[in-house]
Design a protein. Structure first.
Lengths: 97, 776
């Protein structure tokens, strides 16, 4: 599974847990708005139906989703302009221009 | 998901004869009036504003849009020829540009203009137009930028002269409204395009750029799309730009990539400085487009506007031919055509970023992402170069089946008519002023929104929290229903704050409220002198989720757009000033005062939890007791002391909660401190009531006094409560507040009296009424 942090991040701390275990933590994630993309996290194989939790501790928001899709999984995570976390799943890599 | 249709086939084919060879030209060039016009006065003579230039209008109504006064070619021409009158403004040099956008390719039904006076003074305006007869349009000016004090007009009427000969084409514009006499100018046609722009295409070794395609080479396209060659230059000509190529092309050697043959942003920036023949650290209508194989990021990056560093952004952009854009989907029957189309699309997309266009889904965003002029509605399903084809419903196949190789109307509006510095390459920073939504204003609005403050001069002490008053008035001749909370909720309005010479910022409140919808009635206007009913509300505007936007000394502009069901109502542009600090104490305390916690305490009228911020407010009352900020601090400190206060306590050291009950959280009740509250509130509201009214606003002062009076009465201290209310009545009466409001205050005061006294008053009031009727 590969997770792309996409739109809406601005100097945000981001934590990603998969099946309860922290797999990613960065304190300063920012989107390049001309791409709608911040960074990618390549998690390799994650097994069946992983539970993915995205946490923004400074904004006090989080989002959990149980992924029922077969691999390969490309998960796009964005912050909406209302301040919530939105996710979308693809079976192909996301492209940015 | 239903596809949003954001574009209308409103254009008529144009003079781009090299573009779409099979397109029928429906209107030859000489029949079009859209384009760029100019007026200048280089003579050292007074510029005059004709007074009463309209026939029969010696002291009549202004010729503003919607007044019903007819604009005819004859009257406007006559107005232009009338001799100058009393009002003259001597100037050294003046020129004006007009961009008329009413026909031709994707007309936006807009006029915009830039007025230049001297070397630095500029005003930019934009008006939405409706047809007002043959070759005539009129509309309201909904946008102004720059030295707007020299341009008070609110409406335009335009008459255009069509001709075979470009030097015979003219546009006569009459500006009206704003309390000024009408002003009429005749502009001379300059060009069918709105701006010039130059492109330079360079490529890396071994890369072939795609700057032209055949629109029907891939069979997935709209049926109505004209088939033929389409170049990138033509795309931008259709957007209104006179496109030239620099005539220089370079092949950039791969040594520029270092050892890995892929390009980093910095390497591309270096290449731009070396190989772009126009490179300069200044704003110019010119850009560099670099075609390369791959970025350091890999195949997931198809292109990038890399120039977001340095003093001048958006001068260069790149396309990566060997990225994912060259991988046709599996099963694609025409892979070569698909790839060519994607490379072409990517190039136009990246170039759109150089014009400061954001992605279609990024136009509406919180202020900390960047600074739009006004927020724009997202266009998630737009068939625009600025949308990702694979993001729309149905994916890239659905996108291209309905894509006409164009930008959306809101993007065209921006590119053609926004102030030049927002769009021009190397000027406004990337994502700053990246676009604006045309507020959906009507020519004949039913409402007027006024932003104001209750003081003679809008000058605020340093640290003084700023409270503005909003007044929404029904100016139509019909009863209007509005939501009772329309001025209370941030969701229904856009509040823009702009410090002089700084980017605009959007204010957002700390809280969002969900209220049960309720309509109220605003009575209709009876006459010009008797406007209709109004709704009032205040707003603490110094701080919000975006931080303290009105903290630093300086001049600020505030403007609000209210989003109603049918249209937007845009307020007046309100200017205020924040004075510099008067002493060391103010500067010192500012460091602790301008924090989110203090902002929250002031916004929510107090807290017993935010201890550190409360300590700061105590220090403010101690050290700056005579300053207006201390008054606000006293109210915020006293309010939570006036009643028992619930606080939820959590375990020490806990980082992550699951639920309050599972984590053994408790609700603690902290007792009220009535005496302290009474003392602070009296000091804040009663010691200097005129000062309190001025800094809190009439509405909030009344709110606080009535609230604390009721509290005092319920606590048993009716005498003090009555004194508060008497003081309120006197103070607002001295400020000439309306009799209706004073009457309400009197009734509230009477409602605080003991029951026996209330009955006696009612009896006296009833007897007086009967006596009045007897003598009627």
């Amino acid at each position: 599974m590969k997770i792309d942090l996409q739109d809406g991040f601005k100097n945000d701390a981001v934590i990603i847990n998969v099946n309860g275990k922290e797999v990613f933590h960065k304190d300063d994630v920012s989107t390049r708005f001309q791409l709608g993309y911040a960074l990618s996290v390549d998690l390799g194989a994650v097994g069946n139906a992983p539970a993915v939790e995205i946490i923004l501790p400074r904004k006090n928001i989080s989002h959990t989703l149980a992924i029922q899709e077969p691999e390969p999984i490309f998960l796009g995570v964005s912050l909406t302009h209302e301040g919530s976390i939105a996710c979308r799943i693809s079976h192909e890599p996301f492209g940015y221009v | 998901m239903r596809k949003e249709k954001t574009m209308e086939r409103s254009d008529s084919p144009t003079e781009d004869i090299e573009t779409l060879s099979q397109m029928r030209v429906q209107k030859p060039v000489f029949m079009l009036v859209s384009g760029l016009y100019s007026w200048s006065n280089q003579m050292k003579q007074p510029i005059s504003y004709p007074v009463n230039t309209m026939p029969g209008s010696l002291s009549g109504p202004e010729m503003s849009a919607g007044t019903g006064m007819e604009l005819t070619t004859e009257t406007m021409a006559q107005a232009a020829e009338d001799s100058e009158a009393e009002l003259s403004v001597p100037v050294l040099f003046q020129s004006e540009m007009l961009r008329l956008d009413v026909d031709g390719r994707y007309p936006q039904m807009v006029a915009s203009g830039t007025l230049s006076r001297g070397l630095k003074t500029r005003v930019h305006w934009i008006a939405r137009l409706k047809s007002n007869g043959t070759n005539q349009w009129k509309g309201s000016i909904w946008y102004k930028d720059g030295a707007t004090s020299m341009f008070p007009y609110t409406g335009v009427g335009i008459s255009a002269t069509r001709s075979w000969y470009t030097n015979h084409r003219k546009a006569t514009v009459t500006f009206s409204g704003g309390g000024m006499p009408n002003r009429t100018l005749t502009y001379n046609y300059k060009s069918q395009y709105f701006h010039d722009v130059e492109f330079e295409y360079d490529r890396a070794e071994g890369v072939e750029p795609v700057t032209e395609i055949n629109t029907c080479e891939h069979p997935n396209h709209p049926e109505s799309l004209a088939c033929g060659p389409l170049s990138i230059e033509t795309v931008f000509r259709s957007a209104g730009f006179h496109v030239k190529k620099s005539g220089n092309t370079s092949i950039v050697p791969l040594t520029g990539t270092g050892s890995n043959a892929t390009w980093s942003d910095m390497e591309m920036h270096d290449a731009m400085q070396t190989y772009w023949s126009r490179f300069d650290n200044r704003a110019q209508w010119s850009m560099w487009i670099f075609f390369a194989a791959m970025h350091d990021q890999g195949s997931s990056l198809g292109g990038i506007m890399f120039d977001d560093i340095g003093p001048n952004h958006r001068q260069g952009t790149a396309v990566f031919n060997n990225s994912f854009i060259s991988n046709a989907p599996s099963g694609e029957a025409n892979p070569a055509a698909w790839v060519k189309r994607m490379r072409f699309w990517t190039a136009a997309h990246e170039m759109g970023h150089c014009f400061n266009l954001a992605h279609s889904w990024q136009k509406s965003h919180p202020p900390d992402w960047g600074t739009p002029w006004t927020p724009i509605a997202n266009e998630n399903e737009a068939r625009s170069f600025m949308n990702y084809p694979y993001n729309v419903s149905g994916g890239q196949s659905a996108f291209f089946s309905d894509f006409e190789y164009r930008f959306s109307d809101s993007e065209l509006l921006y590119m053609r008519h926004a102030p030049e510095r927002f769009v021009q390459m190397g000027n406004a920073e990337w994502f700053d002023h990246h676009g604006f939504r045309q507020a959906e204003v009507t020519i004949e609005p039913k409402f007027r929104l006024e932003v104001r403050v209750n003081r003679a001069k809008p000058i605020y002490e340093f640290l003084e929290p700023i409270v503005i008053e909003m007044k929404l008035t029904n100016i139509s001749s019909e009863v209007q229903l509005v939501d009772s909370d329309i001025l209370q909720t941030n969701e229904k309005m856009t509040v823009i704050l702009k410090r002089q010479d700084k980017p605009a910022r959007q204010w957002t409140s700390f809280a969002q409220y969900c209220q049960q919808p309720k309509k109220i009635v605003l009575t209709p206007r009876k006459s010009a002198e008797e406007p209709g009913g109004s709704l009032y509300e205040t707003m603490f505007i110094s701080a919000g989720r975006n931080g303290w936007d009105l903290a630093d000394p300086g001049n600020y502009l505030i403007q609000i757009a209210l989003h109603m069901d049918e249209c937007d109502i845009v307020s007046n542009k309100f200017m205020l000033r924040v004075a510099p600090p008067q002493n060391y104490d103010e500067e010192y305390l500012a460091q602790d005062f301008f924090t989110e916690d203090v902002g929250r305490i002031l916004a929510f009228d107090g807290s017993r939890f935010l201890t550190s911020a409360n300590n700061t407010l105590h220090e403010v009352t101690d050290r700056l007791g005579k300053r207006k900020v201390a008054l606000h601090a006293r109210i915020a400190l006293a309010n939570p002391l006036s009643h028992d206060y619930k606080v939820m306590t959590v375990q020490e050291g806990m980082r992550e909660m699951t639920s309050a009950s599972l984590d053994h959280c408790k609700c603690k009740v902290i007792s009220a401190k009535m005496d302290t509250a009474r003392k602070e509130i009296s000091s804040a509201l009663m010691t200097k009531p005129l000062e309190a009214v001025e800094t809190l606003s009439y509405i909030d002062y009344r709110y606080y006094v009535e609230k604390f009076s009721k509290w005092l009465a319920e606590s048993g201290d009716r005498d003090t409560a009555m004194k508060f209310m008497d003081n309120l009545y006197r103070t607002l009466s001295d400020r000439n507040v309306s009799l209706l409001v004073l009457d309400e205050i009197k009734r509230t005061r009477d409602g605080l009296k003991p029951k026996r006294e209330k009955a006696a008053t009612a009896k006296r009031g009833g007897r007086k009424l009967r006596e009045a009727r007897m003598h009627a």
